[in-house]
Design a protein around this ligand. Structure first.
Ligand code: GAR
Length: 192
C-alpha cells in the first residue's frame, strides 16, 4: 500500500453484516487528526445489521446490497464505490466472501479483521474451536483480503491468554476488545 502524501485522508468504506462495534471504533479513530483514513461509506449485506445505525449517528452515507446474486451485488457496489471516490475498504464483521474479480478490480486495497491468530481457525466459530482444542492463547488478526478465505498477508496480530474459566462467549468479548485496538494500529502501520 502506498504511504500517505499530504494531509488528505483516504476515503474509506467499511463493510459490515452485523453489530458494527468495529465500525464504530473505526469511525471514532478516523476522526483523530493523525488518522490516515476517513470513513465515508458504510456498506452492509443486511438490512438488519445493527451497525447501520452508526450511519445516522455519525452522518455517514450507508447502503445495503443483497448478496443473493453476488456477481450482481459486487457490480453495483463497485460502481457505488467509484461514484463516492472510495479507494480503501475495511471489512468489519462482513460475513460474505468477495470474489477474486472484485478484489482484483479494487486493486487489493481491502483489509479484514478476523477473531483468531491466523492461519489458525479460518472461517467461523473461532472461539469455540480454540476452547475445544485447549489452546493457551488466542487473539485477532488484520490481513489483506484475497479470494481465499482468511488467507491474505497478515498486517498485524494481537495475542491474549485463554483463562481456565474462559468459554467461547467470554473469549469473544475479550477478543473484540483487542480487535478495537488492533484495527486502528494496523491501518496506521499500512499508511505510515
Ligand atoms: C468481530 O469479532 C470480527 O472479527 C468478526 O465478526 C465480529 C464482528 O463484530 N469477523 C469475522 O468473523 C469475519 N470472518 P462487530 O460487528 O461488533 O464489529
Amino acid at each position: 500500500m502506498e504511504k500517505l502524501t499530504g494531509n488528505k485522508k483516504i476515503k474509506t468504506a467499511v463493510f459490515i453484516s452485523g453489530t458494527g462495534s468495529n465500525l464504530k471504533n473505526l469511525i471514532r479513530f478516523s476522526k483523530k487528526n493523525n488518522s490516515p483514513v476517513s470513513i465515508d461509506l458504510i456498506i452492509s449485506s443486511s438490512h438488519l445489521a445493527k451497525g447501520l445505525n452508526y450511519a445516522n449517528q455519525f452522518n455517514i452515507k450507508k447502503k445495503v446490497f443483497n448478496f443473493k446474486n453476488r456477481k450482481n451485488a459486487e457490480k453495483k457496489i463497485f460502481l457505488y464505490l467509484k461514484k463516492n471516490r472510495i479507494s480503501f475498504i475495511c471489512l468489519a464483521g462482513f460475513m460474505k466472501i468477495l470474489s477474486s474479480s472484485f478484489i482484483k478490480k479494487f486493486n487489493y486495497k481491502i483489509i479484514n479483521i478476523h477473531p483468531s491468530l491466523l492461519p489458525k481457525y479460518k472461517g467461523l466459530n473461532t472461539h469455540e474451536r480454540a476452547i475445544k482444542n485447549k489452546d493457551k492463547f488466542t487473539g485477532c488478526t488484520v490481513h489483506y483480503v484475497t479470494a481465499r478465505l482468511d488467507s491474505g498477508k497478515v498486517i498485524l496480530q494481537k495475542k491474549i491468554k485463554i483463562g481456565a474459566k474462559d468459554n467461547a462467549n467470554s473469549l469473544a468479548k475479550k477478543v473484540l476488545k483487542l480487535e478495537h485496538k488492533l484495527y486502528p494500529a494496523a491501518i496506521m502501520k499500512i499508511f505510515y
